[in-house]
Unconditional design. Structure first.
Length: 87
């Protein structure tokens, strides 16, 4: 009989985020899967109810402008267990 165990958990887990820089003090971090889901829902709503395009098209244009003006970055954050070891 073969027994399958859970794979070992990595201690250094990286999280990818899409970061929208709003200004010098504020930015918005969102996971790529959530961002893709949000854009997909907006596209589906635009197809099903054309009047929703009055809200979604400016949002698409704002995202496009943010990408072109280099206000969007993809960031990897590494969560690590930081233990202070005294010598």
């Amino acid at each position: 009989m073969i027994i399958l165990d859970k794979p070992p958990q990595l201690k250094n887990k990286s999280n990818k985020y899409i970061v929208f820089v709003l200004n010098d003090h504020y930015d918005v971090k969102i996971r790529p899967m959530i961002f893709g889901g949000f854009v997909s829902v907006m596209a589906l709503a635009t197809v099903l109810i054309p009047y929703i395009a009055l809200l979604t098209v400016p949002t698409y244009l704002a995202i496009l402008f943010a990408v072109v003006s280099e206000k969007v970055d993809i960031v990897n954050e590494v969560e690590s267990d930081s233990h202070n070891e005294s010598e």
